[in-house]
Ligand binder design. Structure first.
Ligand code: SF4
Ligand code: SF4
Length: 427
């Protein structure tokens, strides 16, 4: 209860105005008070006061949240709703533990060279039994209802070679000029296991300004564990990553995953502050100060430098290819990065940029919702799919592998033709 009790003062600042309901993606779909922050805070307050137990209903309401941060950002009383909701999840894990399957998965996320990659490879051998290739999309479609995945869901295919196992990444782990490298690349699970191309394109773009290091000993950023309430596992992963990167003399640590850049910049410091270990907190602060999302790090080009690729970007009818941009919550709300990815697209491609309606509305993936409650998660994606359809964009660019996975599935489900890519894919 310590973590949750320490937030009771913040929780009591809630004046029950209901502003948070107007922005909440889960409330928009469910329409029930407990789906929005105001209802969740009432339940958490009841638990702290001993008027409610940690039953299944309580947990269900606490988990009906993408952790998008919309409620926190719009709250006139300044309540840190996301922190409180996550503390409630952590309280549940402290008291009730986690399931065997979740515990196995979280513990084995600890090391990219450990059990997890081998398990993923093994499972992928049976892909033909469980999935079929999508005739139109880049991914696989489940043949029947599978646990967590459900039926008809478009899932990404596991990479043939994981990013950290590619020759390029391995070379940059042991490069002879490594002492000169002031920039390191952090891949995260999405890039490592599913989208190695995004990692390779990121390195290519970064190498234009000097050598890049890719430490092979890096591990998961821990956000899946953190959002499931397993803060202890997330803390171990944070400390391991800090140790790996601080063994080099770096100026910058760059990642192409918005969730990872939020974790490395903000969440590591938060969870390490809980230890009260001043030396470790100082190391976490130094580490965090070096982290940049790739979209804020890559330079914007002046319009005069744009001459190449003009013809490639014309559609068959001579019409220019239209691109729109989806704001990942972890980049937009948690890091305040909105213009940089748009400026990169506008300045470094000759695509026609068109803003969609509600570009910063949540895609529905976050906070573990796509794992815990896929139906709700993909229903949230419907609004995004409608906005993309209405924009008539050919391409949707974003900056988070998780959002890419969710948007590809959602667009497939709701029959929207646009292609979903990472911003670095366009550069
Ligand atoms: S917006 Fe803030 S103060 Fe208003 S009900 Fe929601 S959490 Fe409470
Ligand atoms: S974080 Fe997002 S999904 Fe969760 S309660 Fe707040 S607005 Fe709703």
């Amino acid at each position: 209860m310590k973590r949750l009790a320490s937030l009771a003062g913040d929780l009591n600042k809630c004046v029950k105005c209901g502003t948070c309901r107007s922005i909440c993606p889960t409330f928009r779909v469910i329409g029930r008070e407990s789906a929005a922050a105001r209802g969740k805070l009432s339940l958490i307050r009841a638990y702290i006061n001993g008027d409610m137990g940690l039953g299944d209903d309580y947990l269900r309401h606490i988990k009906e949240c993408t952790m998008c941060g919309g409620c926190r950002d719009s709250c006139p009383a300044g309540v840190d709703t996301v922190r409180i909701i996550n503390a409630a999840r952590a309280e549940h894990v402290e008291k009730e533990g986690v399931s065997f399957a979740a515990s196995f998965m979280m513990k084995n996320l600890l090391d990219y060279k450990g059990v997890m990659p081998r398990a993923l490879r093994y499972v992928s051998k049976f892909r033909g039994l469980l999935f079929k290739d999508s005739p139109t999309e880049n991914g696989l479609v489940s043949r029947f209802s599978l646990p967590v995945i459900g039926c008809g869901r478009l899932v990404p295919e596991l990479a043939g070679t994981f990013f950290l196992d590619t020759a390029e990444a391995k070379t940059l782990d042991a490069a002879p000029d490594i002492n000169e490298a002031k920039v390191a690349f952090y891949s995260g699970c999405g890039v490592n296991f599913l989208m190695p191309d995004v990692g390779l394109k990121s390195i290519k773009a970064l190498e234009k300004s000097g050598p890049v290091l890719v430490p092979g000993a890096q591990v998961c950023c821990g956000m899946p564990a953190y959002y499931s309430g397993d803060v202890e596992t997330a803390k171990k992963l944070a400390i391991k990553n800090i140790k790996v990167f601080e063994s080099y003399d770096l100026d910058y640590i760059i990642t192409s995953c918005a969730t990872c850049s939020h974790a490395l910049k903000n969440v590591f410091k938060d969870i390490i502050a809980e230890t009260g270990d001043k030396a470790l907190m100082e190391r976490a602060g130094k580490f965090a100060a070096k982290v940049r999302d790739i979209t804020e790090f890559l330079p914007i080009k002046s319009p005069s430098a744009l001459t190449e690729g003009q013809d490639e970007n014309q559609s068959a009818g001579g019409k220019k290819t239209v691109v729109t941009y989806h704001d990942p919550c972890h980049l937009n709300r948690n890091q305040g990065i909105r213009d940089a990815p748009r400026d990169l697209i506008k300045s470094r491609t000759d695509l026609e940029f068109k803003e969609m309606r509600f570009p910063c509305s949540c895609c529905g993936l976050g906070g573990g919702l796509a794992m815990n409650n896929y139906e709700l998660s993909v229903k949230i994606t419907e609004r995004k799919a409608d906005s993309i359809r209405d924009s008539e964009a050919d391409i949707v660019a974003t900056a988070c592998p998780g959002c890419i996975v969710q948007l590809r599935d959602g667009l497939h489900k709701y029959g929207v033709k646009a292609k979903v890519v990472h911003v670095v894919d366009l550069l």
